[in-house]
Design a binder for this molecule. Sequence first.
Ligand code: NDP
Length: 261
Amino acid sequence: MEESLRGARVLVTGASTGIGEQIAYHYATFGAQIVITARREKVLQKVVEKCLSLGAQKALYVAADMASDTEPERALDFAVENLGGLDYLVLNHIGPSPFSMWDGDVEHTRWLMKVNFFSYAQMAWRALASLEQSNGALVVVSSLLGKMPSPFVVPYTSTKFALNGFFGALHHELMMKKSNVSISICTLGLIDTDAAMEKVRDYTNVPAYPAADAALNIIMTGATRQPELFYPWFTHIVTLSKDWFPFITDYIMQNSYSYTP
Ligand code: NDP
């Protein structure tokens, strides 16, 4: 895998912090050519510097707000132009969203859908021609909460269900068209990023798994063109059992958080 990633042309979104940042560092260590994107330019600059020091053949950033109608495509075009094509598109960014009971804020949900879902669809479509030229791979970072609904994150869960539906259906279409582009959907459990830990700290003591390891598994899934990743492994069991034993999974979902009405 390491050999195949040397010189690979990669765009990683949401790479200023968290799992995306770790994905960028792994690709850098493998000697890939990387473009990273997120909103905060100064943070992106620092990640790019570290990528170069880790061994990236090329590392560039493009600051873009994925809530915009046009910036997702601009970021994608920047990567294709500056890398001379694209082998991997890793869609990973998410907009900030509160960890609290749904308060009826439809406007926030609409905005989050733009960031977490519509920009993914836009970038994937824009990337397809380049990925077809390179036998490339599309990697979508999703969540266990895109397989089973969760309290406290109603808008976030909705965006992840939308992603799974969209990219699951697109996967079928690409297979039926005999496209050479692979789609990998990554189902993650709780990962120890600052953003996630800050939210859940007061509500649950469910174990969190390391972001660097999650990132490596995501890269391996894309490189080996697997249609799905479940990380950690038990997210697969939970996904399989939720329809067979809904009472048990509902009970677990509602009782793994401390909450007093
Ligand atoms: P973080 O909150 O740490 O990182 C989010 C990234 O998205 C940042 O780089 C942020 O940078 C960027 N971002 C936020 N808003 C925008 C925007 N409007 N436009 C462009 N970029 C934006 O997230 P995690 O690393 O925790 O999560 C990464 C992925 O993993 C997500 O898809 C998430 O759903 C998934 N996941 C995470 C889990 C976890 O427990 N951590 C569990 C399951 C799935 P900036 O602010 O500079 O724009």
